[in-house]
Design a protein around this ligand. Structure first.
Ligand code: IVH
Length: 669
């Protein structure tokens, strides 16, 4: 036994070391194959002796069960954002402000890359990772410990003998390599899922997955730039904190500099302007921080951002290229948008081959012609735009762009509504519009239908199988499979996803209809106010306008939408298909289980944990992960764990599954 324990400890130590060499130091010493062998050896030993498994064993990174929902938890200290600066002058102003607040102090700065990812906070207790949380709104975030554990560059435990290691919090940025981003998108497209717009979105999406096994497959990484070490650690500056993070096994970004004055800061920032494109990951600027922690303390923060740090944003990068062609795209509401097809050019980390030209007037105003050499720019937004024509390069061969009088997709006439700049296709059955509407219907914020990505939608529309959103619910999957539109497994997955979406709820349903001007927020307000589709459909313009936050534009658009016969037809088809058309009845204030805290343990037989959580949440209850004196009920499924013992000790009432069902039933009746 002792010998096995010894073996296990040694294997863990080796794996821990090589994991660090690979993921943190980027300097592997053994091959993947050798690593896997060690890993398997450890797995086998642990399988024979489960009592020897510890939570920081390398085999315990990824759980084998998907999580339920994520809980929202507060941050110990708010995670503020940084004020942005855009010029050297603004950076000098930053320094002047600080000097005024700290007269006579010798200032030193640390300059770091601003990693374009997702902010996280990770708490360690007694040397073990205890909790990982997203930045969220800065005051509280989602508890995603399972997924943070799945990021192999983040240590599960640190040397507990280190004076810094008692209890501390680290903050950093989770990001994804550009190559990995491309790989994920290819995979998603093959599966008929929507591609991520940029690496940051891919990182954010991967962090919020309920199944940490999928998160692990995304190869997320993290750089840490902040730590709240206990005083015993004796850390007094940012560069010491970063060095300590390194020593404890966290990955910090090596591209940083300690600068003795603002001139050095500016020099380092200039140095990185051209170099940042050469990195494997996106950087959206630089961060300048006061080095001494006691001075930071004295400077303090505003409600939004610390006074001791500032972000510097490089000007948007431009590139020169040539317009090969101008095509017109049809959007979900029939808007025609001219798009320039470009000779591919590399800009800010990706290859660009299209740029938006916004509308007819813009093309005329900038006098953009097919064949023109132009400057394009990638700003904060994802789609690059054409800034201006390089007139000196005109040869006279360029062609004026004629905006088509007919819709390029369906040939119907186009029109320009009063007071609007965009031309529209007049045919609401236009396949291009339909495809866009369906994409919107299926999107995350709308009905959130997995496995119904753009390419599948295109195929279904082109094959004539889907003419409106409701048709999606009566698809003949055998036919779909036999038409080679997708494999049998994908068809089955899609069927299940469609079924699940039926309960998406009124708010999502209203949003998914794509009523002009009705965004996610307006949909939420409308669903709260009218609590059923029928009531909304009957609302008069003045009823709508009387709602706080709903203006005349939205009111008019909603009324117009429900006046159109074809829209009513789709809604009644959706109703027949069994899509929920009502909001959940109770108002928040009168929820029957309001304020009650539940903890679940063991396996439930009539529903999954997730379903139980959702049901309880709908009735106002809260499901927490561990039993405390504040817990009202412990719900026990089969084989309840140690939580039952704890509940007994604390006199917390234990419920059998049957009792839970009764409670839910009563609350609903
Ligand atoms: S320091 C009080 N350092 O940028 C804020 N932030 O706009 C201290 N970020 O929420 C943040 N790289 O998610 C800091 N080297 C870096 C960073 C960095 C990326 C992110 C972080 C923060 C956001 C602020």
């Amino acid at each position: 036994m002792q010998k096995i324990q010894q073996q296990i400890l040694e294997l863990r130590k080796k794996l821990h070391y090589h994991n660090r060499r690979y993921y943190v130091d980027d300097a592997p010493e053994i091959s993947d194959y050798e690593y896997d062998q060690l890993y398997k050896e450890l797995q086998a030993l642990e399988a024979g002796h489960p009592e020897l498994i510890t939570p920081d064993s390398p085999t315990q990174r990824v759980g084998d069960k998907p999580a339920g929902q994520f809980l929202t938890v507060p941050h110990a200290k708010p995670m503020l954002s940084l004020e942005n600066t855009y010029s050297e002058g603004e950076l000098r102003d930053f320094e002047a402000r600080i000097k005024k607040l700290l007269p006579g102090e010798d200032l030193e700065y640390v300059v770091e890359l601003k990693i374009d990812g997702v902010g996280i906070s990770v708490v360690y207790e007694n040397g073990l990772m205890a909790r990982g949380v997203t930045r969220g709104d800065g005051f509280s975030g989602e508890e995603i410990t399972q997924n943070i554990r799945a990021i192999r560059s983040i240590p599960l435990s640190v040397d507990s003998a280190d004076p810094a290691a008692g209890a501390f919090e680290v903050r950093g940025e989770v990001y994804i390599h550009r190559k990995e981003f491309e790989r994920i998108n290819l995979e998603r497209e093959e599966n008929g899922e929507a591609a991520f717009a940029n690496p940051r979105n891919a990182a954010a999406g991967s962090l919020r997955l309920l199944d940490s096994r999928v998160t692990a497959s995304r190869n997320l990484r993290a750089f840490f730039y902040y730590a709240d070490f206990p005083p015993e650690a004796g850390i007094t500056t940012q560069d010491q904190a970063l060095a300590k993070l390194d020593a404890l096994g966290f990955k910090t970004n090596p591209n940083r500099a300690r600068c003795r004055d603002m001139e050095e800061v500016l020099a380092f920032i200039r140095h990185w302007e051209g170099k940042r494109d050469g990195l494997d990951y996106d950087v959206d600027g630089m961060v300048v921080k006061v080095n001494r922690l006691d001075l930071r303390e004295r400077l303090g923060s505003t409600s939004k951002s610390p006074r001791w740090a500032v972000a510097f944003k490089y000007p948007a990068q431009q590139a020169a290229t040539r317009i090969k062609d101008i095509v017109v795209q049809v959007g979900r509401t029939g808007t025609l948008t001219p798009v320039a097809e470009l000779e591919p050019v590399f800009l800010s980390g990706s290859t660009i081959s299209r740029a938006t030209l916004h509308n007819e007037e813009e093309v005329a105003r900038k006098d953009i012609r097919v064949g023109d050499h132009v400057f394009i720019e990638k700003g904060g937004e994802i789609i690059p735009k054409v800034i201006k024509v390089i007139l000196e390069k005109r040869t006279g061969e360029e062609l004026l762009f004629q905006f088509p009088a007919e819709c390029p997709e369906c040939g119907a006439s186009t029109y320009k509504p009063e007071g609007e700049v965009a031309r529209r296709c007049s045919n609401s059955a236009c396949p291009a519009q339909l495809k866009e509407r369906l994409r919107h219907f299926a999107s995350r914020a709308a009905m959130d239908i997995d496995h119904l990505g753009p390419s599948i939608i295109d195929k279904l529309v082109d094959a004539g199988m889907v003419r409106d959103a409701a048709d999606l619910y009566s698809l003949d999957y055998q036919r779909v499979a036999s038409f080679d539109l997708m494999g049998e497994k994908s068809a089955r997955n899609l069927g299940e996803a469609m079924e699940k979406s039926k309960g998406a709820g009124l708010k999502r349903l209203i949003f998914s209809l794509g009523i002009r001007f009705v965004g996610a927020r307006a949909a939420e307000i409308l669903s709260e106010h009218f609590d059923s589709m029928d009531k909304l459909a009957e609302a008069r313009e003045e009823d709508l306008e009387s709602i706080h936050e709903i203006g005349p534009k939205i009111a008019r658009s909603v009324v117009l939408f429900f006046r159109q016969e074809e829209n009513l037809k789709v809604i009644s088809k959706l109703k027949e298909a069994g899509i929920r058309m009502e909001a959940v009845k109770q108002e928040r204030g009168q929820l029957p289980l309001k304020g009650k805290q539940f903890v679940l343990t063991g396996t439930l037989s009539s529903m999954t944990r997730n379903e139980a959580k959702e049901k309880l949440a709908r009735l106002g209850g809260r499901v927490m992960s561990s039993v405390t004196a504040k817990t009202d009920f412990l719900v026990c499924g089969e084989e309840p764990g140690s939580k039952l013992k704890k509940a007994r000790e604390l006199n917390v009432r234990a419920l059998e599954e049957k009792e839970l069902l009764e409670m839910i039933g009563e609350a609903l009746s």
